[in-house]
Design a protein around this ligand. Structure first.
Ligand SMILES: [Fe+2]
Length: 307
C-alpha cells in the first residue's frame, strides 16, 4: 500500500488482478489509545461525559500494554498492511489525533485507517482531526488503496451525536460514491475489502450505537457486491453476513480491551487473500494474545468480472 494520496479516490497505482501474489492483512479496531491530558475547555460538550466514563471505568480496561502486545504479535506475522477500523481516540481531541498519528507511524507495517464515533465526537475543523490521519487514509471518503489486485475501501460512518448516543451514518453522498466504486472495482476483477466502523447490520450493537442507515448501506452491498466487509465498534469478535448476501461481515474485539469474556478479549484478524482462476480465496485466522487462534474461516469469493 502506498501512503501517497491520489487526486482521484481510486488509486492511480492500480495493478492487474492476475496473476498476483497473496496479500496479507491484519485487521484491528478500537484501540482507544491512552489520551494525553484533556483540557476542560475541550470537554465542555459531549466530551465531558466521555471523559467521566474514561476516568471511572474505561481507563482500567483499555490497557496500553494489551494494545502493545497485540501490535507486537502482528509484527511477528509480517503482514503487508494493518487495517485499523476506527476509535483510535477516546474524545477525538486534536492532541489525541496527533498521538494516534504517531502510533500509526510506529506500527510494524503500513497502515490504513478509518474514523469511528469517538474520533468524530464533536464538530471541529478537519485540520484539527481527520486530516492528521490523511497519510493513512484520504481527504475524501470512501477512499480506495489497491495492492496486487486487492482493493481496500475505507468508509467513514462517524458522526457527532447527542449525549449517550454512539450512532453512525454513512449518508447519501458517500453511499452513492461507494456504490459506484464497488461497481467499478468489481468489473475490474479486484478483491473488494471494505472497512467501516459501525457494522452495517442490525443486532450487532444496541440501537443507540447502531448505523442509522444500515439498510441503505446493506442495499449498496446487495447491488454492487463486495468480497468481505470489516468493522469495529462492537468490541466483539463476530462473524456474520451482510443481510441478503453471502458477503462475510467480520468484527473484531477492541485491540486494547482486557475482558474475561473470550469474544471481548483483545484479538486481531489475520487475513490472507489469494487469487484463483475464478476469483479470490480469503482465509481468516483470529489471533488471541495467549498465542491461540480462536477462529478460522475460508471463503471462495467469485467477485464480479462481467463487462
Ligand atoms: Fe465505536
Amino acid at each position: 500500500m502506498t501512503p501517497d494520496l491520489p487526486a482521484d479516490p481510486i488509486s492511480s497505482r492500480h495493478t492487474s488482478p492476475v496473476p498476483t501474489p497473496a496479500v496479507t492483512l491484519a485487521h484491528i479496531s478500537d484501540p482507544h489509545l491512552p489520551p494525553p491530558p484533556v483540557y476542560w475547555r475541550e470537554a465542555l460538550n459531549k466530551r465531558a461525559l466521555s471523559l467521566l466514563s474514561w476516568k471511572k471505568h474505561r481507563q482500567y480496561v483499555h490497557l496500553a500494554q494489551t494494545c502493545a502486545a497485540l501490535v507486537k504479535d502482528i509484527g511477528r506475522s509480517n503482514v503487508d498492511t494493518i487495517l485499523v477500523s476506527g476509535d483510535l481516540t477516546n474524545f477525538g481531541t486534536p492532541d489525541e489525533f496527533a498521538e494516534a498519528a504517531r502510533w500509526l507511524d510506529a506500527l510494524p507495517a503500513p497502515a490504513l485507517v478509518i474514523p469511528g464515533n469517538h474520533d468524530c465526537m464533536v464538530r471541529q475543523p478537519a485540520s484539527a482531526g481527520l486530516h492528521q490521519w490523511e497519510r493513512w487514509s484520504a481527504r475524501q471518503y470512501p477512499y480506495v488503496r489497491i495492492q496486487n489486485g486487492v482493493a481496500i475501501i475505507g468508509v467513514n460512518s462517524g458522526i457527532p451525536t447527542a449525549p449517550f448516543m454512539a450512532c453512525g451514518r454513512v449518508g447519501r453522498r458517500q453511499r452513492d460514491r461507494l456504490e459506484a466504486l464497488l461497481e467499478r472495482l468489481g468489473k475490474e476483477g479486484l478483491c473488494r475489502v471494505v472497512m467501516i466502523h459501525h457494522p452495517p447490520k442490525r443486532g450487532l450493537v444496541p440501537w443507540r450505537k447502531s448505523l442509522l442507515d444500515h439498510r441503505e448501506v446493506a442495499g449498496v452491498f446487495q447491488r454492487a457486491g463486495a468480497e468481505i466487509v470489516l468493522h469495529g465498534h462492537s468490541h466483539d469478535a463476530t462473524l456474520t453476513h451482510i443481510a441478503g448476501t453471502d458477503i462475510p461481515l467480520l468484527g473484531v474485539a477492541s485491540a486494547s480491551l482486557t475482558d474475561e469474556r473470550p469474544h471481548r478479549q483483545a484479538c486481531w484478524n489475520h487475513l490472507s487473500i489469494h487469487p484463483y482462476e475464478k476469483g479470490w480465496t480469503i482465509n481468516l485466522a483470529r489471533h488471541r494474545l495467549d498465542g491461540s487462534v480462536s477462529e478460522r474461516a475460508s471463503w471462495k469469493r467469485a467477485g464480479r468480472t462481467e463487462a
